[in-house]
Design a protein around this ligand. Sequence first.
Ligand code: ZN
Length: 383
Amino acid sequence: MKKKVNNKKKTIIIISIIIFVFLLLGISGYLFYNSKKLKVNLASDRIVNINDEVYNTDYIKSVKNGTIVSDKQLVDTSIVGKKKIVLKIKNYFNNIEKYTYDIDIVDREEPSIDYSDRLSTTEGIEIDLLDGVKANDNSNEEIDVTVEGEYDFNTIGEYELYYVAKDSSGNTTKEKFILEVIKKKEVAQNISVDRTFTTSKGFKGYTKNGITYIDGVLIVNKTYSIPSTYYPGDITSETRSNMNRMFADAKALGLNIYLSSGFRSYNTQKIIYNNYVSRDGKEMADTYSARPGHSEHQTGLAFDVNQINDTFIGTPEANWLSDNAWKYGFILRYPKGKTNETGYKYESWHFRYVGLELAKKLYNDGDWITLENYFGITSKYSD
Ligand SMILES: [Zn+2]
């Protein structure tokens, strides 16, 4: 009996010891595992401005018991909202874990508006207040500009109005501009000074309603302007049909010539020119951009093709145009090396309709004669 009891006691002690050892192993294992667990310390402020340059690892302050194995990469921050970032991290036990965290992409920047702060029209003549006006935003979204305020094209006066642009995050820009509606008579007095003259090369010219014609050809350059109210609204039908014929013939030869900029209103030109002036200064801007009222694009007789910059020079398209545009009644308006005459640097992309007869003369077997040289006129601003 005594032996039996002893045996039982022994068994209990052994079992207890085994349980104790397992418990100890378990606890120390747990403690060990816990101490070797992957711990990532994130930055608490993870708000990013739209389109900011941010890397996938930028918000990781520290990693304990692990190494980031994902490559350092730019995050696409072009869309507002929560953005999930996934990183691969190798843990203490050499396993790859996926670690995920969020950043908040926000847009707090207002759009900007390209506009002219003063528009003018004659009473009774409606103009498009949004012509040439454009909103730009850091979000790259298309943003509509609206006009705020009351005005009446039929009532003389100065109207204080606003251009308003709002992006999808609610950032709003408001820019003040003046619409001036002037009396019919005043305009008539200003611009219908009819006069006739003879150029230094004997061509007869006249100015009517502020528009100058020499030998029947409408002239716009730095000397000769057209009134702000001259508004054909598009390139003329004659210009367009000849242009389309030219483009089609080029296409048949495997060339890709397309219209980049056609008619531009006085107001559009004003916005473009003012942008260049604020970027490059007036003196520089005058070498490549026309002041409002001095752009051939306002006549509806001129247009730009393809790349509107010097990368167009020497392309098969530019070469073909230089040799063949005259056949369709067009001249290369600002040829190379003729800046002294035209007032503009070489523009391989700008063509002007003058009709076949004159275009052929000016083409001059490839040695382009400028309108200024041919007619004996200048191209210089008076100030
Ligand atoms: Zn042009």
